[in-house]
Design a protein around this ligand. Structure first.
Ligand SMILES: [Zn+2]
Length: 419
């Protein structure tokens, strides 16, 4: 039986909330003929999975029986399936508009680069914000507004966790109650004078435990107002996540980076705004100690580094092709590790998990024949499908990557993956 040919446009946005509300959501989707399967789990990053069944918003079964019934069937054409990427460090402002680089539509563009979840590291690019005169009520209100606007809508289908409060001195427990009530998941130390207010900062990390704390590390950021933060501060602060430890954009010293890896246990984030050399050093040290499980990833964009739809993919390529970790481990850093550090249930492909996944393969002309070959060589993959909560958001090919050599596609005869 013939398979449906790719649409002329090359890609289509299919996320439709009305469809869901009206009860016409696709119930089951079978993906068959999977070439490589990446779990997102750093402990076992690849698995022998050649097909999977999605039921509503979750992965129902890995390797289901060949004759399993389904409403929609996708032939992966031997492409790889990996978890949707989790960008652990973004700076949204209002919806898909960013004043940082005067662009719109950036979240949807990032989704076409494979990101299905994004976590705000604060809405600090809000125009007119006076970093030197932030008050407890202002920063709390700013986070509430971000959560109730940008964080309320699935821009491009992406799960955007907005509303990350810029912690400042003078906050009390009621401010943290407000943040928790708003549904925030994270708070951020960046402008807080940590060394001058140690007791207050530690109190915040205790109050915020229901949320999570992230701290700006390294030298001063584009704002010019952030505080320099290295090992001496991090060792007593004990945040949940140390942001961009290899530079965002300026890294801490090599000595501090070694001390941080050797003497702490919390998550260590690397970002696109990094110092490449420092990223190499921290990756080698974590690898030597068998602690790649501590590494998380983000783009730290939009910002001075730009708007980078393929930023997460490029980070994966750098980790694997230059920093000498396996493609599966690099993908796990960008998915399961980052989700877990932020307390999210995405990033791992297993039965019962949210069906957030990407189908990708090597681009024509790329080294090797598999996604692993391409990633290990540092070649950008081509994305064909992006699925979020079981919904096909991108079909056939991404707007932001070249097409993969083999293009996954719908099969016209549901229930028959072998037509
Ligand atoms: Zn940042």
């Amino acid at each position: 039986m013939p398979c449906r040919s790719p649409p002329d446009k090359g890609w289509t946005l299919r996320y439709d909330f009305l469809e869901k509300q009206l009860g016409r959501a696709v119930a089951t989707t079978l993906i068959s003929n999977i070439g490589e399967f990446f779990t997102g789990d750093i402990k076992s990053p690849t698995a022998d999975v050649s097909s999977l069944l999605i039921e509503d918003e979750q992965i129902k079964t890995l390797n289901p029986p060949e004759d399993v019934a389904c409403d929609t069937a996708i032939d992966a054409e031997s492409c790889a399936v990996l978890p949707g990427l989790v960008d652990g460090h973004i700076h949204p402002v209002f919806g898909e508009w960013t004043p940082a680089q005067d662009s719109i539509g950036w979240i949807t563009n990032y989704m076409h680069g494979g990101s299905t979840t994004m976590i705000s590291a604060s809405e600090l690019h809000t125009p007119g914000l006076d970093y030197e005169n932030l008050t407890a009520d202002l920063v709390t209100s700013l986070a509430e507004v971000a959560r109730a606007t940008t964080g309320r809508i699935r821009w491009g289908g992406v799960k955007v966790h907005a509303g990350t409060c810029l912690l400042v001195p003078g906050m009390n427990e009621s401010h943290f109650d407000r943040l928790a009530d708003a549904g925030a998941i994270l708070t951020k130390f960046i402008f807080f004078p940590l060394e001058d207010n140690k007791e207050e900062a530690i109190r915040y990390t205790e109050w915020a435990r229901g949320l999570r704390t992230k701290v700006h590390t390294g030298g001063v950021s584009r704002s010019g107002s952030s505080r320099v933060c290295g090992f001496e501060t991090l060792k007593w602060l004990q945040p949940d996540i140390a942001a961009h430890v290899s530079g965002g954009p300026i890294p801490m010293s090599d000595e501090d980076l070694d001390l941080l890896v050797d003497n702490t246990e919390f998550a260590l984030e690397i970002c696109s705004s990094n110092n490449y050399r420092s990223t190499y050093l921290v990756t080698q040290r974590l690898k030597e100690l068998g602690r790649l499980d501590r590494m998380t990833m983000g783009t730290d964009t939009p910002g001075g580094t730009g708007v980078i739809p393929r930023g997460m993919l490029r980070n994966i390529l750098f980790l694997s092709s230059i920093c000498e970790i396996s493609p599966g481990e690099a993908i796990a850093v960008a998915t399961g590790n980052t989700a877990k550090a932020h307390g999210l249930d995405v990033g791992i492909l297993e039965e019962g998990a949210p069906a957030d996944l990407v189908s990708a393969g090597p681009v024509k002309g790329s080294a090797g024949e598999t996604l692993s070959d391409a990633i290990a060589h540092g070649d950008l993959p081509g994305i064909s499908f992006v699925i979020i909560d079981g919904k096909v958001i991108v079909e056939t090919r991404s707007e932001q990557t070249p097409p993969p050599m083999q293009i996954a596609h719908f099969i016209d005869s549901p229930g028959c993956p072998f037509c």
